[in-house]
Design a protein around this ligand. Structure first.
Ligand SMILES: [Zn+2]
Ligand SMILES: [Zn+2]
Length: 246
């Protein structure tokens, strides 16, 4: 069965290249899910003509705003603007529910008094333990990134396909396990030359390609410095609105 993956947002945290923050939308075996949902993701979805209420599941790698900050906006729209009735599941790292509550209250003070009229589930993923999230078997793996964000890489298995997203983080064995043999590895590629801690940079990616053993790799979350080299590297580089079939 074919899965479709759309890079709704392929940018870094800072709008480099005029790109939207991370949001990778996948359609597989009748489920529509995203891997991450950055603060700009509602705008990106609308610009690309995708109804946020068509998303069944949101998977989050870690608790930096460029990866999870759009969720309160989606929930507010679902409760107030578009009156969602379809169920929604949000799955992500340890302390997800409480931390998203804090983020939502910071962005929309008083939001906690609103109760969704649609079924809303929160699932906290224990690193290393495959967890069924709807029809998706999700395994989170701890990665080396800002520890306060409870950072993970995510492996999603559905309809016979495996999609991995590294999230933000340095290369490590856990990240390699998440990616092992994936049909599609979406890999952070933050800097081209400059070594930056707690991120995956181009030289690391090249050095560890064999460790990942993925069938296809697409680079994302590129800084301005990396974007300047995106046309020169042999790897596929994501752009906003890019659609691939795997
Ligand atoms: Zn990031
Ligand atoms: Zn991050």
């Amino acid at each position: 069965m074919t899965a479709t993956v759309r890079f709704v947002g392929s940018g870094d945290s800072f709008g480099s290249g005029g790109r939207f923050q991370t949001c990778i939308l996948a359609d597989a075996a009748g489920t529509r899910f995203t891997m991450d949902f950055g603060t700009s993701s509602m705008i990106a979805l609308r610009q690309q003509g995708i109804d946020p209420n068509s998303i069944d599941v949101i998977l989050l790698t870690h608790l930096h705003g460029d990866h999870c900050g759009g969720v309160p906006f989606l929930l507010m729209d679902a409760m107030l603007g578009s009156k969602r009735d379809r169920p929604l599941t949000v799955a992500g790292p340890r302390d997800l529910r409480y931390r998203m509550f804090l983020i939502a209250e910071a962005l929309f003070p008083g939001m906690h008094v609103m109760k969704p009229k649609f079924p809303l589930d929160w699932i906290e993923l224990e690193p290393g333990e495959p967890t069924q999230v709807g029809d998706i078997l999700v395994t989170a793996r701890s990665v080396k990134h800002t520890w306060q964000t409870n950072p993970t890489a995510l492996r999603a298995e559905i309809g016979g396909k495996v999609i991995c997203y590294t999230g933000d983080g340095e290369f490590g064995e856990e990240m390699a396990l998440a990616a092992k043999g994936a049909d599609l590895l979406v890999s952070e590629c933050y800097f081209y030359e400059k070594p930056v801690r707690w991120h995956l940079n181009y030289p690391d990616l090249v050095a560890h390609k064999a460790d990942f053993g993925a069938k296809r790799i697409i680079l994302t979350h590129m800084s301005r410095e990396m974007l300047a080299h995106a046309d020169e590297v042999p790897e596929e580089c994501a752009y906003d609105g890019m659609v691939v079939r795997i």
